[in-house]
Design a protein. Structure first.
Length: 102
């Protein structure tokens, strides 16, 4: 029997699904950033503050990248999406290592 998913873990799973949609071009970047920001609240509450700082920085940069029609040297959407995936992987690991993640 598997353990129930915490709200924080569920929020990360939701953001992971949204990231898959934006990578598959079934969700635009602007919608992704808005939905991901809303969905990640429970995870951010359970993670150390530095995760929130990095999260907001990545979303701000990704949102800014949507202003460019092509890859820019300052705002590579692909690199930012890869960074978000890395953030999600680390956040999952951090929650799994926490003794009582909410």
């Amino acid at each position: 029997m598997s353990t129930p998913e915490s709200p924080a873990q569920h929020s990360l799973a939701t953001v992971t699904a949204l990231l898959t949609q934006v990578r598959g071009q079934t969700l635009d970047v602007s919608r992704f950033t808005g939905q991901a920001h809303s969905a990640c609240g429970p995870a951010l509450a359970a993670l150390p503050p530095r995760y929130g700082e990095v999260w907001r920085n990545l979303l701000d940069r990704l949102d800014s990248s949507a202003l460019f029609s092509e890859e820019s040297c300052s705002f590579s959407q692909r690199d930012l999406l890869d960074s978000l995936q890395t953030w999600l992987d680390k956040a999952h690991s951090q929650l799994a290592a926490s003794p009582s993640a909410p």
